[in-house]
Every structure is written in structure tokens, then in C-alpha cells.
Design a protein around this ligand. Sequence first.
Ligand SMILES: NC(=O)c1ccc[n+]([C@@H]2O[C@H](COP(=O)([O-])OP(=O)(O)OC[C@H]3O[C@@H](n4cnc5c(N)ncnc54)[C@H](O)[C@@H]3O)[C@@H](O)[C@H]2O)c1
Length: 320
Amino acid sequence: MKILVTGGAGFIGSNFIIYMLGKYPDYQIVNLDKLTYAGNLENLKSVENNPNYKFIKGDICDREIVKIAMTDCDSVVHFAAESHVDRSISEPEAFIKTNVLGTLILLEVAKELGIKRFHHISTDEVFGTLPLQNLKDKFNENTPYSPRSPYSASKAGSDHLVRAFIETYNFPATISNCTNNYGPLQFPEKIIPLFITNALQDKNLPIYGTGTAIRDYLYVTDHCKAIDLILHKGKIGETYCLGGDAEKNGIEIADTILEILDKNKNLKTFVGDRKGHDMRYAMDFSKITRDLGWQPTVNFEEGINKTIAWYKENENWWKK
Ligand SMILES: NC(=O)c1ccc[n+]([C@@H]2O[C@H](COP(=O)([O-])OP(=O)(O)OC[C@H]3O[C@@H](n4cnc5c(N)ncnc54)[C@H](O)[C@@H]3O)[C@@H](O)[C@H]2O)c1
């Protein structure tokens, strides 16, 4: 199988490429990435000389380069995106270009070239926010879309385009919506790597608002395993929700990291809340468990310890 991975120099994409090349030594992977601030070829050092891996620098909004990258591929796994909510609040335009227009161009070229499988990576954030009052509520595949940030609106737009291609053109796509990922190789602007790297430098850990907003955390290799399963066994036209079964608020994340690193709890600092901050995301992932046998295997305690160990050992990576 030859797979085009978009955004493969980013956090989840690079973990996915390393995972797939390790698991399937005869698969070929083409990585198309624009190398924005979030893309880093160092993430792929371990595979850069693998004859089955090829990197192409390019923008998914550039139809010609997309055609070149996608030619002869059987499948596409689409990660490329502007991915940070805070940046979308200050500068939304790039999010619309890459996440909406870029996805449309990929879909059009994939349809033209007769790609057999297109897997689109999306987020729980498209479903909006859950209240903090009833912690039993969770999102699932039937939850109506209700995005509330420019980031989630752009991801919702891309999901709708994929769904529209499935319905209109019988296009062979699948979608997964997952909760917050964490693990090695995550750019230190997202909460977990930011808090770890700040704590390692005895800098403050900035917690939004009251620190009570809840996210669910999925260890990145569990996410890679789910994508692998969907790509091979997922039913065309279906959406799969993924979660880590590890709901934590900002204070809990900070306290856990400070505790493991044996740092002063006073490093926690409360800062002004994010505009339009969603209070809780949580995912019911029973459909993929039932249909494909997937469930997260790394619990939060194990995952956060592994992640902290990686950032401790890879100071050169994050200091750059
Ligand atoms: N990180 C999470 O917690 C999380 C959770 C749910 C869903 N997702 C989704 O997973 C995907 C990957 O997320 P991530 O955290 O790895 O993101 P990331 O920001 O770490 O990486 C994104 C990658 O896409 C590349 N890219 C950006 N614009 C591009 C363009 N126009 N053309 C080609 N490449 C481009 C960047 O250079 C980078 O390598 C995204 O679609 C994101 O919405 C992420």
C-alpha cells in the first residue's frame, strides 16, 4: 500500500508515519507538508533514510503539488491543518485556507485520481462544549455540530466537505474525531508540552480562567492505532469518535506534571480565560470499540510519565 500522509511533519502525523513504517515494512509513505512553525523534519529523523519514505515540501492548497504527491497512492491520511485554537482566535484566515480550502483541494484531486481510501482526521471540538454540571454527558457520532472557535469552525467545515463528497460522489472516505492528543513530538504551545517544558525551566504554568475547563486526553500512539484500524477495516462513509477515557482539568494537569517533576506547586499561575472557552469535551468511543475492537491502551498515568520522560530527554528538540 502507498499512502499519502498530509501534515506528516507535525505532532500526530510524524508519530503516525513512524508507527506505520515500523508496523508495515512493505508500505510506502509520501509525506506532504508545508513545514509551518508546527512542522519539524527532525521528528522524522529515524525514518528519513527509509527507502519506503518520501518527503515532499508543499502546501495542500497547491493543486499541482497535491497531484504530484498523490499520484500512484492508494490511500490518503489527512492530518495537515492549522491546529492551535489560540492562534485561530488572533489570526483565523490561515485556518480557513488550510483547513477548509486545503481539504477541498485534496478531496478534488483524490476523486480525480480515483484514490481508494481517504481518511480525514478531525477533532471533538467540532461538537462545541459540554456543561460542567452533568459529567455523564459525552459527545458521540450523532452529536450535532456546534463549533465555537475559528479553529473548530474550520475543522467542522472540512468535516462537512468530506461528508458532502461521500454523499454526492460516493467518495470512499472515513472521518475520525478525537480528543486532545499528548505524547512525544508535540509542539510546546499546547497545554501538556507547554506545562512540562515550563516546569522543567521553573517557569510559571499559565492556567486559563479558573482552571476548571475539562479536556479528555488520548495518548498519541493509541490514536495512531485507531487510524491504522480505520484505514484497513473502517467502513467507508463512517465517522468514528475516539477518546482516551482520561478527563482532566487545567489544575489537575498542572498539579500532575509538577508532582512528577518534583517542582513547586506555586508555579501554577492563573491567567485571563481564553475567549469563548469551551468548558468540557468528552467522548463516547463505544462505536469503534464495538465495530473495530479499538480502545485506548495507555492510561493517563503511564502516558504522562512517558511524555515527561521524553521531554526531559529531548531538551534540544523543544529548546529550538
Ligand atoms: N493535537 C491534538 O490534540 C488534536 C486533537 C484532535 C484532532 N487533531 C487534528 O489532528 C491533525 C494533526 O494535528 P497535530 O496536533 O499533529 O498538528 P500540528 O500543528 O502539530 O501539525 C500540523 C502539520 O500540518 C502542516 N501544515 C499546516 N498547514 C499546511 C498546509 N497548508 N499544507 C501542508 N501542510 C500543512 C504543518 O507544517 C504541520 O507539520 C489536525 O488535523 C488536527 O486538527 C489534533
